[in-house]
Unconditional design. Sequence first.
Length: 247
Amino acid sequence: MSDSPARHLALQGASNFRDLGGYATRDGRTTRWRHIFRSNHLGQLTADDIEIVRALGVKSAFDFRGLEERTAGVCVVNEITVHSLPIEPTVVASLRAELARGALTGAVATELMRESYRNYVRHNTHSFRMLFGHLLEDRAPLVIHCTAGKDRTGFASALILHALGVPDDVIAEDYLLTNRHYKRDVSSVSDLPADALDAIGSVNASYLDAAFDAVSRDYGDVETYLRDGLKLGAAERTALKERYLQS
């Protein structure tokens, strides 16, 4: 029996709320439990959920939602300071444009998802750079999230684990845990066909691969992206590991 904390916390008003702790790194250390959480938005937490989040000691949230998204689901935990790192959503508008043209298929929807991940690197690196600036200020325990907590948050989580030295296969496994824990809400996109809803309502290894393909094309490799794109030099990487790893 493992005595490790639960990775996934089954909150009633949020899904996919989970801990990035407990992952072994290449240098033999482990990511710290109860320091960095990832989730969907925190605007529908129940009273019981709020008590759980308070007990975790979370005081900071880093929110990748765009302007309208943020107003639709304001964080309900008064003690949490929310830091906005906006990445405006584009996929649903693109899907509806393809639907209007009569060209929307599951394959098209999947490719639009991949393109959105490429654009995280091409157009939104500054938001991820800001996240790491906050992480270096040691605000843990903290939570990172967007609306669904799977795409913008998924790429951010992968970058954090990369920066801490977690192997690629473990990062991919953590990313795909979303498909186990995310409760799909299609109420705002119920006009889209089922295969498109499947593409946007889950995560796929090819989505994360598309982001890292863009990293390779634009920066050469992940290490160069961390250094030049996210401004994580040797001193910053060491500081991150001191904060978020244990022996």
